[in-house]
Unconditional design. Structure first.
Length: 226
């Protein structure tokens, strides 16, 4: 039976930025991958969260989510609608229950999710909810959890603390990652913003240079049971 991966991301495009080079590689190697996106990703710039005012933008974003995930062969995308950059206004238990429900459906062996000390509050809460939803009891299916970095959040928190200890060579799948990010036209920024195609490739080269490879995605292992 193929191993299964679940990506748990707070916002649309976090999944691409964090681990799509690695997941694309693992799909090519025979893994089955799924994505869960918890937040709607559009209302944080408004003074008040009025979801009706963003209906068209959210519809466009939902199409981009599907297209980006299709680009690397994600089997299914689960999309929730927690308030963007307001996860701290929701009971943590509600987020945990959503993650648990998807986890029970997918039964993943591996989870990729956010780093606990990102600048973004939604990333921090997503990490906490994932760890809670995957407590290492005897019947728990998840055996490996890895935190990824998200450009314009992980490196913008000070003091810097992301210290990766797992490195995936994505030299053969960096183009797939960039192709996926291109699908997020409403989220993509212009260089020198880190959330740009140039920024993504430069970061992959930087992480690769640290371990003698051309392009790499770096992760902090949370729990690995072998």
């Amino acid at each position: 039976m193929n191993k299964k991966i679940l990506i748990v991301a707070a916002h649309p495009d976090d999944e691409v930025l964090g681990c799509f080079g690695t997941v694309a590689r693992l799909i090519k190697e025979g893994y089955e991958a799924y994505t869960l996106i918890l937040g709607e990703g559009k209302t944080s710039r408004d003074e008040h969260r009025i979801i009706e005012n963003k209906k068209d933008e959210i519809e466009i974003l939902n199409t981009e989510i599907q297209n980006a995930n299709d680009a690397i062969g994600i089997k299914k995308v689960f999309v929730e609608s927690f308030a963007d950059n307001r996860f701290d206004s929701v009971d943590l238990l509600d987020i945990i229950k959503v993650i648990s429900k998807v986890k029970d459906e997918v039964k993943p062996d591996i989870i990729f999710t956010h780093y606990e000390h990102d600048l973004n509050i939604d990333h921090q809460i997503t990490y906490k909810a994932v760890v809670t939803a995957t407590r290492p009891m005897s019947e728990e299916c998840v055996k490996e959890i890895y935190s990824f970095e998200v450009l314009s959040s992980t490196e913008w928190n000070y003091p810097l603390s992301f210290s990766p200890d797992v490195f995936f060579d994505i030299s053969d799948t960096i183009e797939l990652k960039l192709k996926s990010m291109e699908k997020y036209t409403s989220e993509l920024c212009q260089y020198p913003h880190p959330r740009s195609l140039e920024g993504i490739e430069l970061n992959a080269k930087y992480q690769g240079m640290r371990v003698g490879k051309k392009h790499v995605e770096a992760f902090k292992s949370v729990r690995v049971i072998k």
